[in-house]
Design a protein around this ligand. Sequence first.
Ligand code: PNS
Length: 168
Amino acid sequence: MKEERVTVYAGSFDPITNGHLDLLERALKMFDNIIIAVAENPAKEPLFTLEERLELIRASLSNHPEPHRIKVDSFKGLLVDYVEKCGAMAILRGLRAVSDFEYEFQMALMNRKLNRRPETLYLMTGARWIYISSRIIKEVVQAGGSVTGLVPEAVEKKLREKMLDKIN
Ligand code: PNS
């Protein structure tokens, strides 16, 4: 029987954006299964709790035509250890611009130093989403701007609720 090609799409996903979803769709053409792995990463002080981030990813994928090929999970500690536990062949990351490169290069090399087995695979972010990031999305909403069309509806709604909570 053919071995399944599994990759771990790791990140903070604080929150998931349409850029992440675009990358996921393109990666589904190359892999049999994709594990979206949300890092707990307490050092990063995310806006959304881990549970909220997982919930928003699940809500964003609720109408996905092939849900059986996508698993939404979280991990603590080293990414390479999680990847090993899953038996995945690769770590998937998106790359937007030159500014992402240094950090990504450092991370890929450190991960390889820690474990040589999984490859880190980069996909260029779709041109439509090249300027968006979770950070800039939060900044725009915080300042009262609209992010319609840039994030899934569930995320937009939750972002507005979060901001109102912060004001009140
Ligand atoms: O979306 P992000 O915040 O750029 O994702 C970064 C992430 C979560 C992939 C990275 O911080 C990570 O892998 N954290 C887990 C800890 C780890 O393994 N660190 C060593 C890799 S440099």
